[in-house]
Design a protein around this ligand. Structure first.
Ligand code: TA6
Length: 326
């Protein structure tokens, strides 16, 4: 995790929570804004100012912050770090982390009517509850986090929804966002798992799987275009929302000699983003020289693909990431 020395991570409630022989031990909710139960020996809650779940099993390591329900790190055995985190990322309870997998909800990008509200919604800067952590028979670890509407969220978005994030950490990373509509009326919203991947050099990286797909090009105003037949290559700021696609995207990285496969379910938009030089320099929580080492390939339902969720219904959107040596 760039910028936040691992050294000052102190196990907060290891004794209370993890490694207990009897399963489903409960912890003090006030401590963590949680009512969790745990049957895991591979996870511990640590804090570097913001509480997070550190997971280390025989298949992978990972870190999930309760702040924002934010997967910040994932490294499968035999591979380098897959997710990118800025060394300049803020680490504050009212700001989003820069990198990893921010959860954008209930709107994507700027709020359509209220520009004073936070970009990409409020979910990524709220404290989520940690519900369960479980070791699975295949050696992976599953954590479930939850965010429910409250007065603060209703002030920004006058609706009732219960959102859960289920993260399964193993040789693949699976992240599922489930949105339950608790309103008596249909809910219209957008969501994204805004994943930042670590790449060797964006100028030599390509993305396969989106050929011929229509997209919104958000660089220099919004224009509707159609992707060509060749893999996507990068030679400047890129900010595109690919629409009506359920395709798997593959990041081809010759410098790190790997292919990252980004498969998805329940998602009809894929966002591809690199800020390049000028935009990187404008962001306080993004190092001026960091842009060559990252690429966002996001799993979303945004713009034309926004969701309408019936009362009492649940909408699920999931991401499956795997890495192979190339
Ligand atoms: O997902 C791409 C995007 O919507 C870009 O427009 C860019 O602004 C990026 O998200 C980062 O947004 P943020 O609010 O985290 O600075």
């Amino acid at each position: 995790m760039g910028g936040h020395a691992q050294g000052n991570c102190q196990p907060v409630i290891k004794a209370d929570l993890i490694g207990h022989s009897e399963p489903s031990s409960t912890v003090n909710p006030q401590r963590l804004n949680t009512s969790m139960t745990s049957t895991s020996a591979s996870a511990s809650v640590v804090s570097d100012g913001l509480p997070s779940l550190a997971i280390a099993n025989r298949l992978a390591t990972a870190r999930i912050y309760l702040h924002g329900g934010h997967v910040a790190q994932w490294r499968p055995a035999g591979h380098g770090e897959v997710l990118w985190m800025s060394a300049r990322s803020l680490h504050a309870p009212d700001k989003p982390l820069r990198g990893g997998i921010p959860v954008c909800f209930p709107w994507f990008g700027p709020h359509p009517e209220r520009p004073e509200l936070p970009a990409h919604g409020f979910a990524r800067q709220r404290a989520w509850a940690l519900d369960t952590v479980t070791d699975l028979d295949d050696g992976s670890t599953r954590a479930v986090l939850a965010l429910v509407s409250d007065a603060a969220s209703r002030a920004q978005w006058p609706h009732d929804a219960a959102v859960t994030l289920t993260v399964t950490v193993g040789s693949t990373l699976n992240v599922e966002l489930a949105i339950a509509n608790r309103d008596p009326a249909p809910l219209v919203c957008e969501a994204a798992l805004h994943t930042y991947f670590s790449v060797g050099d964006i100028r030599r990286t390509t993305v396969e799987g989106l050929a011929g797909t229509p997209y919104l090009d958000k660089v220099g105003g919004v224009a509707r275009r159609i992707e060509g037949s060749a893999p996507i290559a990068f030679s400047g700021e890129t900010d595109r929302v690919y629409l009506g696609t359920t395709a798997t995207a593959t990041i081809v990285d010759p410098l790190l000699a790997r292919r990252i496969t980004v498969a998805k379910r329940g998602s009809r938009s894929t966002v591809v983003w690199n800020p390049w030089i000028a935009k990187a320099a404008k962001m306080a929580d993004f190092g001026d020289h960091e842009w060559p080492g990252m690429l966002c390939v996001e799993t979303a339902n945004a713009a034309d693909d926004r969701m309408t969720i019936a009362p009492g219904a649940i909408e699920r959107m999931a991401l499956d990431v795997s890495v192979t040596h190339a």
